[in-house]
Design a binder for this molecule. Structure first.
Ligand SMILES: [Zn+2]
Length: 250
Protein backbone atom coordinates (compact mmCIF):
# COMPACT_ATOMS: atom_id res chain seq x y z
CA UNK A 1 0.00 0.00 0.00
CA UNK A 2 1.44 3.37 -1.02
CA UNK A 3 0.20 6.96 -0.60
CA UNK A 4 -0.26 8.76 -3.91
CA UNK A 5 -1.01 12.40 -4.71
CA UNK A 6 -2.99 13.44 -7.75
CA UNK A 7 -5.04 16.18 -9.39
CA UNK A 8 -8.54 14.88 -9.98
CA UNK A 9 -11.97 15.63 -11.39
CA UNK A 10 -14.84 14.01 -9.51
CA UNK A 11 -16.81 11.97 -12.09
CA UNK A 12 -19.26 10.10 -9.90
CA UNK A 13 -19.96 9.25 -6.28
CA UNK A 14 -21.97 6.34 -4.91
CA UNK A 15 -23.16 5.88 -1.34
CA UNK A 16 -21.35 2.96 0.24
CA UNK A 17 -22.54 2.84 3.81
CA UNK A 18 -24.27 5.20 6.20
CA UNK A 19 -21.22 7.41 6.35
CA UNK A 20 -19.00 6.53 3.38
CA UNK A 21 -18.99 7.04 -0.36
CA UNK A 22 -17.12 5.57 -3.30
CA UNK A 23 -15.74 8.27 -5.56
CA UNK A 24 -14.85 7.71 -9.22
CA UNK A 25 -12.07 10.18 -10.03
CA UNK A 26 -10.40 11.14 -13.29
CA UNK A 27 -6.81 11.94 -12.37
CA UNK A 28 -4.09 13.49 -14.46
CA UNK A 29 -1.43 11.19 -13.03
CA UNK A 30 -3.14 7.78 -12.89
CA UNK A 31 -6.21 7.95 -15.12
CA UNK A 32 -9.46 6.70 -13.60
CA UNK A 33 -9.29 5.80 -9.92
CA UNK A 34 -12.08 4.49 -7.70
CA UNK A 35 -11.59 5.12 -4.02
CA UNK A 36 -13.52 4.72 -0.81
CA UNK A 37 -14.04 7.98 1.11
CA UNK A 38 -14.75 7.00 4.70
CA UNK A 39 -16.93 9.57 6.39
CA UNK A 40 -17.49 11.15 2.96
CA UNK A 41 -21.23 11.48 3.58
CA UNK A 42 -20.91 13.43 6.81
CA UNK A 43 -21.32 17.15 6.52
CA UNK A 44 -18.14 17.80 8.46
CA UNK A 45 -15.79 15.21 6.99
CA UNK A 46 -12.17 15.37 5.91
CA UNK A 47 -13.35 16.11 2.41
CA UNK A 48 -15.28 19.34 2.99
CA UNK A 49 -17.53 18.85 -0.03
CA UNK A 50 -14.53 18.43 -2.34
CA UNK A 51 -16.35 15.32 -3.59
CA UNK A 52 -19.16 17.28 -5.24
CA UNK A 53 -19.52 16.14 -8.85
CA UNK A 54 -17.24 17.82 -11.40
CA UNK A 55 -15.10 19.57 -8.82
CA UNK A 56 -11.39 19.84 -9.52
CA UNK A 57 -9.45 18.78 -6.45
CA UNK A 58 -6.12 17.72 -5.09
CA UNK A 59 -6.29 14.27 -3.56
CA UNK A 60 -4.21 11.86 -1.53
CA UNK A 61 -5.13 8.19 -1.65
CA UNK A 62 -3.77 4.88 -0.49
CA UNK A 63 -3.34 2.59 -3.45
CA UNK A 64 -4.17 -0.99 -2.55
CA UNK A 65 -2.21 -3.76 -4.15
CA UNK A 66 -5.00 -6.34 -4.23
CA UNK A 67 -8.55 -6.19 -5.60
CA UNK A 68 -9.80 -4.07 -2.71
CA UNK A 69 -10.74 -0.43 -3.22
CA UNK A 70 -8.22 2.35 -2.91
CA UNK A 71 -8.74 4.55 0.12
CA UNK A 72 -9.16 8.29 -0.24
CA UNK A 73 -7.52 10.13 2.66
CA UNK A 74 -7.60 13.79 1.56
CA UNK A 75 -9.44 15.90 -0.99
CA UNK A 76 -9.14 19.66 -1.28
CA UNK A 77 -11.00 21.84 -3.76
CA UNK A 78 -8.87 23.57 -6.39
CA UNK A 79 -11.68 24.88 -8.60
CA UNK A 80 -15.45 24.71 -8.98
CA UNK A 81 -17.36 25.56 -12.13
CA UNK A 82 -20.10 27.97 -11.09
CA UNK A 83 -22.20 27.99 -14.27
CA UNK A 84 -22.89 24.28 -13.81
CA UNK A 85 -25.09 25.32 -10.87
CA UNK A 86 -27.06 27.92 -12.77
CA UNK A 87 -27.35 26.73 -16.36
CA UNK A 88 -28.87 23.41 -17.30
CA UNK A 89 -27.30 23.17 -20.77
CA UNK A 90 -23.83 23.63 -19.25
CA UNK A 91 -24.58 21.03 -16.58
CA UNK A 92 -25.79 18.43 -19.09
CA UNK A 93 -22.71 18.98 -21.27
CA UNK A 94 -20.44 18.56 -18.22
CA UNK A 95 -22.28 15.40 -17.12
CA UNK A 96 -21.79 14.05 -20.64
CA UNK A 97 -18.03 14.69 -20.46
CA UNK A 98 -17.96 12.91 -17.07
CA UNK A 99 -19.98 9.99 -18.44
CA UNK A 100 -17.60 9.49 -21.38
CA UNK A 101 -14.57 9.54 -19.06
CA UNK A 102 -16.18 7.18 -16.54
CA UNK A 103 -17.48 4.70 -19.15
CA UNK A 104 -14.86 5.04 -21.89
CA UNK A 105 -11.60 4.75 -19.95
CA UNK A 106 -10.08 1.97 -17.88
CA UNK A 107 -8.80 2.15 -14.31
CA UNK A 108 -5.17 3.22 -14.01
CA UNK A 109 -4.78 4.09 -17.69
CA UNK A 110 -3.48 7.67 -17.58
CA UNK A 111 -4.03 10.15 -20.44
CA UNK A 112 -2.70 13.55 -19.29
CA UNK A 113 -3.70 15.19 -22.59
CA UNK A 114 -7.25 13.98 -22.16
CA UNK A 115 -7.27 15.24 -18.58
CA UNK A 116 -6.17 18.70 -19.79
CA UNK A 117 -8.80 18.64 -22.53
CA UNK A 118 -11.55 17.72 -20.05
CA UNK A 119 -10.46 20.48 -17.70
CA UNK A 120 -10.37 23.07 -20.48
CA UNK A 121 -13.83 21.92 -21.58
CA UNK A 122 -15.24 22.38 -18.07
CA UNK A 123 -13.60 25.80 -17.79
CA UNK A 124 -15.18 26.88 -21.08
CA UNK A 125 -18.68 25.61 -20.40
CA UNK A 126 -18.78 26.01 -16.61
CA UNK A 127 -16.53 29.01 -15.90
CA UNK A 128 -17.89 32.27 -14.54
CA UNK A 129 -17.91 34.00 -17.94
CA UNK A 130 -20.76 33.33 -20.31
CA UNK A 131 -19.29 31.46 -23.31
CA UNK A 132 -20.02 32.75 -26.79
CA UNK A 133 -23.01 31.35 -28.63
CA UNK A 134 -22.31 27.79 -29.92
CA UNK A 135 -19.15 27.54 -27.81
CA UNK A 136 -20.49 24.77 -25.56
CA UNK A 137 -21.47 22.38 -28.34
CA UNK A 138 -18.29 23.00 -30.28
CA UNK A 139 -16.13 22.57 -27.17
CA UNK A 140 -17.79 19.23 -26.38
CA UNK A 141 -17.26 18.04 -29.99
CA UNK A 142 -13.55 18.87 -29.72
CA UNK A 143 -13.38 16.97 -26.41
CA UNK A 144 -15.01 13.92 -28.03
CA UNK A 145 -12.50 13.99 -30.88
CA UNK A 146 -9.53 14.16 -28.47
CA UNK A 147 -11.06 11.33 -26.42
CA UNK A 148 -11.35 9.21 -29.58
CA UNK A 149 -7.73 9.92 -30.51
CA UNK A 150 -6.37 9.21 -27.02
CA UNK A 151 -8.24 5.91 -26.83
CA UNK A 152 -7.08 4.87 -30.30
CA UNK A 153 -10.36 5.32 -32.19
CA UNK A 154 -9.73 8.41 -34.32
CA UNK A 155 -12.08 8.16 -37.28
CA UNK A 156 -10.40 7.85 -40.70
CA UNK A 157 -11.13 11.16 -42.43
CA UNK A 158 -8.57 11.70 -45.19
CA UNK A 159 -9.24 8.64 -47.35
CA UNK A 160 -11.80 5.87 -47.67
CA UNK A 161 -11.79 3.71 -44.52
CA UNK A 162 -12.97 0.75 -46.63
CA UNK A 163 -10.58 0.52 -49.60
CA UNK A 164 -7.99 3.18 -48.71
CA UNK A 165 -8.72 5.04 -51.94
CA UNK A 166 -9.30 8.76 -52.36
CA UNK A 167 -12.77 10.24 -51.89
CA UNK A 168 -14.86 12.80 -53.76
CA UNK A 169 -16.17 15.54 -51.48
CA UNK A 170 -19.68 15.44 -52.88
CA UNK A 171 -20.06 11.65 -52.59
CA UNK A 172 -19.02 11.08 -49.00
CA UNK A 173 -20.52 8.79 -46.41
CA UNK A 174 -19.60 8.00 -42.81
CA UNK A 175 -19.80 4.61 -41.13
CA UNK A 176 -19.20 3.94 -37.43
CA UNK A 177 -18.60 0.24 -38.14
CA UNK A 178 -15.96 1.11 -40.77
CA UNK A 179 -14.37 3.71 -38.40
CA UNK A 180 -14.52 6.57 -40.84
CA UNK A 181 -15.55 7.96 -44.19
CA UNK A 182 -16.34 5.80 -47.19
CA UNK A 183 -16.11 6.33 -50.94
CA UNK A 184 -19.08 5.88 -53.22
CA UNK A 185 -18.22 2.27 -54.00
CA UNK A 186 -17.62 1.16 -50.41
CA UNK A 187 -20.64 2.92 -48.88
CA UNK A 188 -23.12 0.61 -50.56
CA UNK A 189 -21.63 -2.43 -48.80
CA UNK A 190 -21.79 -0.86 -45.33
CA UNK A 191 -25.26 -0.97 -43.79
CA UNK A 192 -24.75 1.76 -41.20
CA UNK A 193 -23.26 4.28 -43.65
CA UNK A 194 -24.89 7.69 -43.81
CA UNK A 195 -24.30 10.56 -46.24
CA UNK A 196 -21.88 13.22 -45.04
CA UNK A 197 -22.06 16.82 -46.24
CA UNK A 198 -18.79 18.47 -47.38
CA UNK A 199 -19.04 21.16 -44.65
CA UNK A 200 -19.48 18.50 -41.94
CA UNK A 201 -16.46 16.63 -43.31
CA UNK A 202 -14.35 19.81 -43.05
CA UNK A 203 -15.60 20.42 -39.52
CA UNK A 204 -14.63 16.88 -38.48
CA UNK A 205 -11.17 17.34 -39.98
CA UNK A 206 -10.61 20.61 -38.12
CA UNK A 207 -11.85 19.08 -34.85
CA UNK A 208 -9.33 16.26 -35.31
CA UNK A 209 -6.40 18.51 -36.31
CA UNK A 210 -3.88 19.89 -33.81
CA UNK A 211 -4.12 23.61 -33.08
CA UNK A 212 -7.12 25.91 -32.82
CA UNK A 213 -8.50 25.93 -36.36
CA UNK A 214 -11.71 24.25 -35.07
CA UNK A 215 -12.55 27.41 -33.11
CA UNK A 216 -14.64 29.28 -35.64
CA UNK A 217 -18.30 29.66 -36.49
CA UNK A 218 -19.66 26.62 -38.31
CA UNK A 219 -23.03 26.62 -39.98
CA UNK A 220 -25.97 25.11 -38.18
CA UNK A 221 -26.28 22.12 -40.53
CA UNK A 222 -22.65 21.08 -40.11
CA UNK A 223 -22.87 21.38 -36.32
CA UNK A 224 -26.07 19.34 -36.19
CA UNK A 225 -24.68 16.63 -38.48
CA UNK A 226 -21.37 16.40 -36.61
CA UNK A 227 -23.27 16.21 -33.29
CA UNK A 228 -25.35 13.27 -34.60
CA UNK A 229 -22.39 11.52 -36.16
CA UNK A 230 -20.13 11.74 -33.09
CA UNK A 231 -22.99 10.50 -30.92
CA UNK A 232 -23.58 7.57 -33.26
CA UNK A 233 -19.86 6.72 -33.39
CA UNK A 234 -19.43 6.83 -29.59
CA UNK A 235 -22.60 4.77 -29.13
CA UNK A 236 -21.15 2.16 -31.48
CA UNK A 237 -17.78 2.09 -29.68
CA UNK A 238 -19.24 2.01 -26.15
CA UNK A 239 -21.83 -0.59 -27.11
CA UNK A 240 -24.65 1.55 -25.74
CA UNK A 241 -26.00 5.04 -26.10
CA UNK A 242 -24.54 7.53 -23.56
CA UNK A 243 -27.33 8.53 -21.16
CA UNK A 244 -26.69 12.25 -21.50
CA UNK A 245 -26.45 12.26 -25.29
CA UNK A 246 -30.04 13.29 -25.95
CA UNK A 247 -29.65 16.33 -23.64
CA UNK A 248 -26.87 17.90 -25.69
CA UNK A 249 -27.37 20.88 -27.97
CA UNK A 250 -25.32 21.34 -31.13
ZN1 LIG B 1 -13.61 2.85 -50.67
Amino acid sequence: MSAEKATALVLRTTDWSESSRIATLWTREFGKVRALAKGGRRIKSNFENALDLLTLCRIVFLRKSSDSLDLLTEAQVIQRFPRLRTELAALYAAYYVAELLAEGTRDYDPHPLLFDEALDTLRTIGGADQPEAQATGLRVARFEMVLLRELGYSPVLDHCAGCGGSVVETELAFSAAANGILCRRCRSGQRDSRPLAPSSWRMLQELAAPGDSWRRPWDLEARAEVRQLLGQYLTYLLGRRPRLLSYLGS
